[in-house]
Design a protein around this ligand. Structure first.
Ligand code: NAD
Ligand code: DAU
Length: 375
């Protein structure tokens, strides 16, 4: 019989609801839960433009029938309270990983309504459904139940050249996206303080890795480079992000949800502070090695108009989660960037398929061109 190494850490949490499981990080989490635990997994997702299940299907094909039987999709929009309520009744979760959100800063500049609806109203609907469900649980299940809200370092706004964000940093969100994530963090905290829901929040830095929809810096730069398009760097390229390989984030989520103190937040960061210019130069160097062209990929770099409200620098102090819960990233930025670049070289058809489905082909968004309410 297969030994599932995650079962011990899950500690009798056998029914797990992942919201946003058809997205990049949720997909990585579900793949890990399917292969390394015996839990039943419910994937609640509206299946928006950035979603797909290819990575999960591939994993289920590898794992076989037992994984298929442990996996159920709940296709719905969190903005619809009745549907969310119904989904909670079906899943009867011991643990919720709440990842569903509109996640791209540039899109939030063009179309903020979707972010208000999914990230704020969606989180509210989920919390309210959970409140009724949790109140009616028998004591033992009530005690083990956890609501883990997955958030971002962007809620803290921007840093100058010095210092790092920690759990004690003040909330100062600057983009419509980060403002909605900050709101959802506050809702989760309020539902813990007021109604006693056992919550944990994590605030993580920039993730990257295979299967990420190619609109964020790393996959978009690789895709555009391979398609002989311009690789766009916003402003002067000196903005800094703290990059974390997605699998390390997933490890952090599993530890924080199951071992984290109820009502607390944990910052998760990658020790991967790099300027955007350096990220793109590293990508070009890897492409020159792994998929050489007649000309150096660096010649495709173009400096373009800056993102409105562009945060200068993010960096995370991960001391608390390291010391209290023993989490540490296992992958270096350099090694995981190489794995990621290789993956995108080998999976260009996957990107093209997603682009065809969503009608986005890597063009610039987020310059305040779209002024339409509710677009
Ligand atoms: P993603 O865009 O790849 O996936 C998000 C998923 O949520 C999509 O499948 C989408 O369909 C789903 N979703 C959105 N609104 C929904 C709604 N109203 N109802 C149901 N499903 C809905 O995003 P990601 O990069 O996987 O991010 C997941 C979470 O992690 C987000 O909450 C994000 O804020 C947070 N986060 C992301 C990063 C990062 O670098 N990507 C870093 C820190 C935190
Ligand atoms: O910090 C965590 C956050 O990281 C998450 O909460 C968000 O969901 C996630 O999208 C990400 O936000 P960023 O805005 O930092 O990621 P993005 O990949 O869009 O941009 C990274 C940096 O690169 C940022 O400084 C803007 C810049 N950039 C981005 C794109 C898409 C470019 O210079 N060129 C580009 O084409």
């Amino acid at each position: 019989m297969k030994v599932h190494i995650l079962d011990q850490i899950l500690n009798n949490r056998k029914r797990i609801l992942v919201t946003g499981g058809a997205g990049f990080i949720g997909g990585a989490l579900i793949r890990k839960l399917l292969s390394d635990s015996s839990a039943k997994i419910f994937n609640l997702d509206k299946f928006g433009y950035a979603s797909n299940q290819d990575s999960i299907n591939k994993k289920i094909n590898l794992l076989g029938q037992s994984a298929l039987e442990r996996y159920k999709v709940l296709k719905l929009n969190l903005a619809n309270f009745d549907q969310v309520n119904q989904a909670i009744k079906i899943a009867k979760p011991d643990l919720i990983f709440h990842l569903a959100a509109e996640s791209h800063v540039d899109r939030s500049i063009d179309s903020p309504y979707e972010f208000i609806s999914s990230n704020i109203l969606g989180t509210f609907n989920l919390l309210e459904s959970v409140r009724t469900f949790w109140n009616e649980l028998p004591l033992k299940r009530k005690e083990i139940f956890r609501f883990h809200h997955i958030s971002t370092d962007e809620v803290y706004g921007t840093l100058g050249n010095e210092g790092k964000f920690s759990e004690l940093s003040t909330y100062r969100p600057n983009s419509p996206y980060s403002a909605t994530k900050a709101s959802s963090d506050h809702l989760v905290n309020a539902w813990h303080q007021t109604y006693g829901i056992p919550t944990v929040i994590t605030n993580c830095s920039n993730n990257f890795g295979p299967w990420q929809y190619p609109e964020k810096l790393i996959p978009l730069a690789i895709f555009n480079a391979l398609h002989e398009k311009k690789i766009r760097i916003y402003g002067d390229g000196q903005n800094v992000r703290d990059w974390l390989y997605v699998e390390d984030h997933v490890d952090g989520l599993l530890i924080a949800a199951n071992k984290g103190k109820v009502g607390k937040s944990y910052c998760i960061g990658g020790f991967g502070e790099t300027t955007n210019k350096d990220v793109v130069l590293k990508i070009c160097k890897l492409l020159n090695k792994l998929s050489p062209n007649k000309t150096d990929y660096e010649t495709q770099i173009e400096y373009v108009e800056d993102r409105p409200g562009h945060d200068k620098r993010y960096a995370i102090d991960s001391d608390l989660i390291q010391k209290e819960l023993g989490w540490i990233p296992n992958n270096s930025f350099e090694e995981s960037l190489e794995i990621t670049v290789k993956w995108y070289i080998e999976n260009q058809d996957w990107c093209e398929k997603l682009f065809l489905k969503s009608g986005y082909f890597g063009e610039r968004v987020g310059l305040k061109n779209n002024q339409n309410y509710k677009n």
